[in-house]
Write a new protein. Structure first.
Length: 117
């Protein structure tokens, strides 16, 4: 086999593998965004619980979340003796095809249950 055929073979292999590598790169970026957002929501949830325990009012907490301008939604549910706080944020998935596995936009949700005194 001569050198010219080997160079062509390498080019064909590169062209076949390039889309797979690009897909993997974008998928890693998307999963990183999801993990970062979940971690950020966990941190915000700590702040929400602390503010609630101090004031016992939801209005001030919702105003604080709106000041961050991160489009975080706060929901509260009551269940017997417990209060359930839910933070949600939408994340856009940029990887083509990955939005078939994950909804687009993906909804990152963090829940925390506290005992209602």
């Amino acid at each position: 086999m001569n050198r010219k055929n080997q160079k062509g073979q390498a080019l064909v292999e590169f062209v076949i593998l390039l889309p797979i590598f690009i897909f993997m790169l974008f998928a890693i970026i998307d999963f990183g965004k999801v993990l970062y957002t979940k971690n950020n929501l966990e941190s915000k949830m700590d702040d929400v619980i602390t503010l609630y325990e101090k004031a016992k009012k939801m209005e001030g907490i919702k105003e604080q979340l709106q000041l961050t301008k991160e489009n975080i939604q706060l929901e509260q549910e009551e269940e017997q003796e417990n209060k359930i706080f839910i933070l949600k944020k939408d994340i856009d998935i940029i990887t083509p095809g990955l939005n078939l596995l994950l909804e687009n936009p993906y909804k990152a949700i963090v829940k925390r249950v506290i005992w209602n005194e």
